[in-house]
Design a protein around this ligand. Structure first.
Ligand code: EPZ
Length: 419
């Protein structure tokens, strides 16, 4: 197993280019199943979750070519309608293949994604919406067998929670369905917009507006070349790294409008931010101020995926910051590891109270999950001394070339491979 060794206390200065978004690339790769000709995704991030999605596409019979510039998918060879447990287990979000498989083949067999470090990850909203579109769902032994024997038909679906994954699955089931599908209380995250733009480019009929998505089913989708949107969470993580080291970074290849809630937290902490077309410049104060309240919310609220790295940043701020995690049941697994570095954090249910300390000390810690791992990197960059961060495979799921990206702006960081 690999370890990251970080010597903290260095001020980050320079330029970083952000990759394509993991949370857009994954549903886009599933959507490629719906096209009847090849699809090329540019700026597809080289992540283990993307590789896991490519492995699922290959298992289903597609030809997939991964190159430096992106991923090409030839979906015409699809010949299977099941995803084996070993592939499902590798990546929880593989549930997003469900809607596309049903739309393409009329059936799908996969295992329940199961819980993960963030708590139970139910799919009840996905399944109830798909049932309304003519899907029969048989559950048993941890597996789900879904059939749309008479094909998928449109429906008016109201999600009790604006679930990102459920919205994506209904979208992918609806674009080739008979008739119109209306999704009320749909997720509004930028990744949903990216998926809608891709599907529309391929010939789908989709209109979005104030939490409602309307899809009129078409007969076929034609492949295209499509650039994945920038990763707003990777951008937020680099901004937190600059902030915690009193540094100054220029981020390139970002979409500033996706980061408004993150910018306001950084400005409250005392950072100066200048956003232009696809760039944002951050200059941090020597010591950050506390942030009164960070409550995670569906977009455009503060993103839950940025909660952990931003918490690490506030651990060194002056004053007490309060976090409320409203999206996931238990997304504070990183707190115990931050405490090992000297952070003063108390959690009670979905609330975390972070009392800023003048310094953190480097320590041996382990990533608990993807964004919890990012929090440990941010904390280690701001800490005195050397930190060793284990279970780096969590980070490989969502951060491409993190070591070289941070090294290039002055961090003392190296990866020691366990092998
Ligand atoms: C997506 O997960 C992202 N993953 C997550 O990013 C992100 O945190 C999340 O959206 C929220 O923005 C990908 O896009 C691959 P949800 P998803 O369905 O789709 C409950 C990261 O670190 N819920 O919006 O699984 C659920 O339990 C990852 O990059 C139900 O109760 O999120 C959770 O509490 C982590 N029933 C809440 O809704 C359902 O059927 C949000 O889930 C579905 C969800």
């Amino acid at each position: 197993m690999s370890t990251l060794v970080i010597e903290g206390g260095r001020t980050l200065r320079g330029d970083v280019t952000v990759h394509g978004a993991k949370n857009s690339a994954l549903p886009l790769l599933a959507a490629a199943l719906l096209s009847d000709s090849p699809v090329v995704f540019e700026r597809c991030p080289p992540l283990s979750d993307v590789k896991a999605s490519c492995a699922i596409l290959r298992h289903l019979g597609c030809t997939v070519v991964e190159t430096d510039s992106g991923v090409e998918v030839m979906p015409d060879g699809m010949c299977r309608t099941y995803i084996p447990e070993r592939l499902m287990r590798e990546m929880r979000s593989s549930i997003v293949f469900l809607g596309a498989m049903l739309a393409r083949a009329g059936e799908a067999h996969l295992c329940f994604p199961g819980g993960c470090e963030l708590g139970p990850r139910p799919i009840d909203l996905h399944l109830s919406a798909l049932r309304q579109m003519g899907v029969t769902v048989c559950e048993g032994g941890g597996a789900i067998h879904c059939y749309a024997r008479d094909g998928l038909h449109g429906a008016t679906v109201t999600l009790s929670f604006p679930s990102v994954g459920a919205t994506e699955n209904v979208l992918l089931a609806a674009v080739l369905a008979r008739g119109e599908t209306v999704i009320h209380n749909a997720a509004n995250e930028p990744e949903i917009g990216d998926l809608c733009r891709f599907l529309t480019t391929c010939g789908a009929c989709i209109t979005c507006g104030d939490g409602t998505i309307r899809v009129r089913g078409v007969h076929r989708l034609i492949g295209c070349r499509y650039a994945v949107m920038p990763d707003r969470i990777e951008a937020a993580t680099y901004l937190a790294a600059a902030a915690v080291t009193g540094g100054e970074l220029m981020l390139h290849g970002v979409e500033p409008s996706h980061l408004s809630a993150v910018f306001s937290v950084l400005q409250e902490a005392g950072c100066a931010l200048v956003a232009q077309e696809d760039r944002v410049h951050i200059r941090a104060p020597k010591r950050l101020h506390r942030v009164e309240l960070i409550r995670t919310m569906p977009y455009p609220g503060f993103p839950t995926d940025a909660q952990a790295p931003m918490m690490a940043m506030t651990a060194l701020a002056e004053g007490t910051s309060v976090f409320v995690e409203t999206i996931f049941d238990s997304r504070y697994k990183h707190v115990a590891e931050l405490q090992r570095m000297g952070a003063s954090i108390k959690t009670e249910g979905r609330t975390a109270i972070v009392e800023g300390v003048p310094r953190l000390c480097g320590a041996r810690v382990n990533c608990t999950d993807l964004r919890g791992g990012a929090a440990l990197v941010v904390a280690a960059l701001g800490a005195d001394g050397v930190s060793e961060i284990g279970r780096v495979y969590h980070l490989d799921r969502g951060y491409a070339s993190l070591v070289s990206g941070l090294e290039r702006v002055g961090a003392s960081i190296r990866r020691v491979d366990g092998t």
